[in-house]
Design a protein around this ligand. Structure first.
Ligand code: SF4
Length: 469
């Protein structure tokens, strides 16, 4: 019998978590580790490992094929370009403290797509080898250029079998024409709501009259279109964290069942205005407290609420092929399946890459709408797109579920070759995966019930929770 290579990490109370490269996992103890390292596994050990996908007898047996299939399905393939984030204008009608994109004032000139950029972009769409397309309008505030949004949408509807649009708007000032635009069945709204009225006002809308305009637009969006079409994301300051119960209540009142907790991002204006030193521990303490409150909420209510990123990590742990979140996948190919088109027509591989470039730290553009993709620059960025060759990740127990973030490394350190465990991305994900496995192995029926909802297996986990009661 042959055992696939196992990696391990100390977990709760001296228990060790073991994983293999296809994402299989189990917990055992120090004695098992010693038998494994010394090559003296027992027949029972081998039988356990074979039954759970960690060992095989022969390359022709089902256990071998199963492992290879699971390993292969965890690889994110290069796929066709069919998703664009567009910045038709960098101008904005708000002045949020944590603005990540270094927005331009509403009255400034030279920060919008001109006719030539629009024409060249639409021309590039006609050459795409895809029948489906997704367009996300960002900014600045994209509704300031409703005319461009309308032209792009019309073009896509006429030239692709299926087209979907997301408008990332601050919902501050919405004309009747804009409401009509947003009401179309193929168009979705993504907005910001910082979880608690006072926090939102102090970080974003500032004056109460401005805030009440936002508030009434937010209510109108949810009452007219519902949560199937509208999502809201909070951005939180680690030095001024809100009460988790208040945030959960506010989102539930809006009808939302998914909350994506995000810290102020180390980008744009926020870089100068916020203190990012030593915030990881405080953030994780809040994050754990928040998830604890979600677990309580889900125990007492039928409408379960999730923290989006935790659910995503859990899905990546339990399933193969979960590549639907561009911030965490492996390899995380840059500049292939999606592109950002900035206000000046430059292409960027991610939204963070355009933010880093905007502050003049590094030029991470990879071409433009006129000359097309700069394949040489894209190749250089992709030289570290996967964690398969990373000298630290290959020893990590979480490698199968994790993925690299080259742009975050470049943004923070100006390079990509520092030891992985010293990076913010690695420290944060190690803490998150530790927490996720703590929940997975929890015997608390309340936790098991929430896990069932987050993983989409509520019946099984609820039954397990009942047995554990
Ligand atoms: S980035 Fe860190 S947590 Fe992720 S696989 Fe690499 S070493 Fe592990």
């Amino acid at each position: 019998m042959k055992v696939w290579p196992l990696k391990f990490r100390e977990h709760d109370h001296g228990e060790l978590l073991f994983t293999n490269e296809a994402g299989g996992f189990f917990r055992s103890d120090q004695r098992f580790l010693e038998r494994y390292v010394d090559g003296i596994l027992t027949d029972d050990d081998f039988e356990f490992l074979r039954r759970h996908g960690h060992a095989y007898r022969d390359t022709s047996d089902a256990a071998f094929d199963g492992f290879c299939g699971r390993w292969a399905r965890r690889i994110n393939p290069v796929s066709k370009l069919n998703y664009f984030i567009l910045i038709p204008t960098l101008r904005c009608n708000l002045t949020c403290d944590y603005c990540q994109v270094s927005r331009a004032p509403e009255t400034a000139s030279g920060f919008d797509w001109n006719d030539e950029i629009l024409r060249q972009f639409l021309g590039s769409l006609s050459k795409l080898d895809t029948e489906t397309i997704k367009i996300e309008f960002q900014g600045g505030e994209p509704l300031l250029r409703l005319d461009i949004l309308e032209e792009v949408r019309e073009f896509c509807r006429n030239n692709f079998r299926q087209a979907e649009f997301v408008v990332c708007t601050n919902l501050q000032s919405v004309s009747e024409e804009a409401w009509e635009f947003l009401g179309a069945a193929d168009t979705f709204i993504s907005t910001s709501f910082d979880g608690v009225e006072e926090v939102h006002r102090s970080q974003r809308t500032k004056e109460s009259v401005v805030h009440s305009e936002f508030r009434s637009n937010l209510q109108r969006a949810f009452s007219e279109f519902g949560t199937a079409k509208v999502s809201a994301l909070p951005t939180l300051d680690v030095h001024n964290l809100p009460d988790p119960d208040t945030v959960i209540r506010s989102f539930v009142e809006l009808g939302l069942r998914s909350i994506y907790l995000r810290r102020v991002n180390y980008q744009g204006f926020a870089r100068k205005r916020y203190d990012f030193r030593d915030t990881q521990e405080a953030w994780m303490e809040f994050y754990r407290r928040f998830v604890d409150r979600l677990v309580e909420h889900n125990w007492e209510n039928d409408d379960a609420v999730e923290e989006y990123y935790l659910s995503h990590l859990l899905r990546r742990i339990f399933r193969t092929g979960v590549q639907n979140h561009v911030d965490l996948r492996n390899p995380n190919w840059l500049g292939y399946d999606y592109l950002v088109v900035d206000f000046d027509g430059q292409y960027y591989p991610t939204d963070e890459a355009r933010m880093v470039s905007r502050i003049g730290r590094l030029d991470l553009s990879i071409g433009d709408v006129d000359s097309g993709i700069d394949a040489r620059k894209r190749d250089v960025l992709n030289s570290a797109a996967s964690n398969f060759e990373d000298p630290d990740c290959i020893h990590c127990v979480y490698q199968a579920y994790c993925g690299p973030d080259v742009i975050d490394d470049l943004s923070r350190y100006g390079r990509i070759d520092i030891p992985r465990h010293e990076t913010a991305h690695c420290q944060h994900h190690t803490a998150l995966f530790d927490f996720a496995f703590e929940l997975i192995y929890s015997e608390d029926p309340k936790v098991q019930r929430s896990l069932g909802h987050w993983l989409g297996t509520p019946k099984y986990r609820t039954e397990l929770a009942a047995r554990l009661k």
